[in-house]
Design a protein around this ligand. Sequence first.
Ligand SMILES: Nc1ncnc2c1ncn2[C@@H]1O[C@H](COP(=O)(O)OP(=O)(O)OP(=O)(O)O)[C@@H](O)[C@H]1O
Ligand SMILES: [Mg+2]
Length: 256
Amino acid sequence: MVDSSTETNEQTAPSQEAPERVLAATGVRRSFKVGDRRLEILHGVDLELYRAERLCLMGSSGAGKTTLLNILGLLDRPTEGEVEVENVRVWQLGQAQRSRLRNAKIGFVFQFYHLLAELSALENALLPAMIAHSAATFRSKRAGYTNKALEMLTRFGLAERLTHRPGQLSGGEQQRVAIARALLLDPPILIADEPTGNLDRATGEKVLDLLFEEQETRGLSLLLVTHDERLAKRCERIVHMEDGLIQADSRTPIPH
Ligand SMILES: Nc1ncnc2c1ncn2[C@@H]1O[C@H](COP(=O)(O)OP(=O)(O)OP(=O)(O)O)[C@@H](O)[C@H]1O
Ligand SMILES: [Mg+2]
């Protein structure tokens, strides 16, 4: 690609680099078969997420936010349209490659945590590494991953909760374990679907503080769904979705 800044002469200020697109949905449609009817939920969505930005997606209940997040997180396939992760068209890959890409590039945090009930907090945080490697490779790398998980869980205030099962943890604690799990493999992208939706306000704020702190220090591209206007104000970009379409996007051109 030709960099336009190379054409800038010395008198004019060099133009800022174009933001790097890390995740994109293009013309995404999703319909579901319900009985003998087909319901179209997403009607051709275009959305791009840029490197290190904090994007908040809002919209009424039923607008299609979770449906879109599941597609952008490679958990669901669009009926039509493209999804690109760091410019790779994911539905042109085979399943194994796509799973590897998802595991390496995208962390996902759910409203209801989705931790495995039989595993401890520490084991839950280690899950992405278990999935990423064969049993033998995981064994050889286990100590390194364990140190990493311990460091995060301790930083998240869970040093005394490592062997607790999810059922023995509060909602806020479970969500912090889920965030550690999502970040274990250092993905550049983090998708969070109402991560504080099941928590009281004070607990939710603490979880969000932690999420934003990680976003900042790691330079994560964060795509966050929330119904809470106050939380949305902490994002640099707000996108509104209604009836399966993007209605508004606060993104303004990067100043030159
Ligand atoms: N698997 C499915 N089969 C049929 N309909 C579905 C399916 N998944 C979602 N829908 C429908 O798609 C619409 C959008 O759902 P979605 O969960 O994406 O909304 P949302 O914007 O996340 O809402 P909320 O804010 O309540 O979480 C809803 O009307 C829902 O009933
Ligand atoms: Mg939802």
